[in-house]
Design a binder for this molecule. Structure first.
Ligand code: FAD
Length: 360
């Protein structure tokens, strides 16, 4: 059985096309390589006897029980557990300039890095053709080129695996989309549960989840981009995909349907409900990011950024109903798709089976 854990993962997740390229399987295993272009992980050696890290960390295989992070708090039925929701923007105009929305993520990371609350952050840069590149940064200055959204998956959990092995990093913040945050929770809690077996179990992980309506397979998105090198910013808002380069090009996201990761059709997690802080554009005026603090860790990060003058926050600017409407729409769409595919006898990712059974 132990010999075959990658093969089990292949059967349950990779072959049916459910992989979300988070990198949680390769993060602790040098026998697994991520084929980014092919959008799948590959085994390049043989499995270590007794090891099931790749299988255990995969976010698509099984559910994650939120009470491990949030205790018995039920939270809001639509946006999940939260302590506060605010419209936030970076105080520094220069940060805002190249940020996706209000630059809240960059401002918050700057504050907690400067304060020494975290030793490092895992963020996403990009190459000239918009391929995401995960990076470990250890100072505020390193954050400059991570600003802005890249609309393809970034295997940040693979990078986090490297952080676990670094003696100089005791606390880290990771920014990622909801399905990847589930992988990071699996890594974090799986390791804590096996603390007796792991030398890395004292790493403290702060998670910043991004709202997400869907992510595109890089090699399929690329042909849709006219002159990718000239594009300065991409955006997905209210069903429209916009690439701003020499000209501004907008089209309905439905026209990029072929590039969307198959798992995104089945996903109902718009606001990254397992993160300590969740951030997106919906719900706030232009130039601001909506920030949901879900627990003390998230609340503390936001407080640090505001109290130390890195960010400005205003709860009065948030349109919570608009946010909830968007969340509901994504959930209902996903549920319709799940039901249709089940009727057609198609496989359902293990984590969704758990959700449908009320586990996780
Ligand atoms: C694939 C994707 C889909 C999204 N869909 C929506 C949506 O439908 N509705 C909505 O309201 N918001 C969505 N967002 C979030 C939104 O685009 C902004 O990221 C968010 O509002 C934060 O903006 P900011 O100005 O505070 O961030 P900034 O200060 O500009 O920082 C951006 C941060 O995002 C990280 N990042 C960039 N690309 C990726 C990536 N591919 N994977 C992981 N981390 C990344 C960077 O490392 C950086 O830390 C999406 C983001 C992504 C990556």
């Amino acid at each position: 059985m132990d010999e075959t854990m990658f093969h089990e993962l292949k059967k349950e997740v990779i072959d049916p096309g459910f992989c979300v390229l988070c990198g949680a399987c390769s993060g602790f295993c040098d026998r697994i390589e991520l084929d980014y272009e092919g959008a799948i992980p590959r085994l390049v050696g043989s499995c270590v006897k007794g090891c099931s890290n790749c299988y255990d960390h995969c976010p698509m295989r099984a559910g994650f029980d939120p009470s491990q992070v949030f205790g018995k708090t039920e939270g809001d039925p639509i946006i999940g557990p939260y302590t506060e929701v605010k419209a936030v923007r970076a105080a520094d105009e220069e940060v805002r300039e190249k940020a996706q929305d209000g630059g809240a993520v960059t401002a918050i990371l700057s504050a907690v890095l400067d304060r020494g609350k975290i030793d490092a952050a895992v963020v996403v840069e990009r190459d000239e053709k918009w391929r995401p590149i995960p990076r470990i940064v250890t100072s505020k200055d390193g954050l400059a080129s991570s600003r802005g959204s890249k609309y393809s998956p970034s295997p940040n959990a693979d990078e986090l695996g490297r952080v676990f092995r670094r003696e100089d990093i005791k606390s880290v913040a990771v920014v990622d989309v909801g399905c990847h945050i589930r992988a990071i929770r699996n890594m974090e809690y799986g390791i804590l549960y096996n603390a007796g077996f792991s030398p890395y179990s004292d790493l403290k992980i702060y998670t910043i989840g991004l709202f997400c309506s869907g992510n595109f397979i890089y090699r399929r998105l690329l042909p849709h981009l006219k002159e990718p090198e000239a594009i300065k910013k991409m955006d997905v808002t209210r069903g429209m995909f916009t690439a701003s380069g020499r000209e501004k090009e907008s089209r309905p996201v439905s026209q990029l349907e072929d590039a969307l990761m198959p798992s995104c059709h089945l996903c109902g997690d718009y606001t990254a409900e397992l993160a300590d802080l969740s951030v997106g554009s919906i719900g706030s005026p232009e130039g601001y990011s909506t920030v949901i603090a879900r627990n003390l860790m998230g609340w503390g990060m936001l407080r640090d950024a505001v109290q130390r003058g890195y960010a400005e926050a205003d709860p009065g600017l948030v349109d919570l109903e608009a946010l909830k409407k968007t969340v509901k729409r994504k959930r209902e769409k996903a549920l319709r798709r799940i039901n249709r595919e089940r009727e057609q006898g198609k496989a359902t990712p293990g984590y969704i089976q758990c959700l449908l059974m009320g586990k996780g």
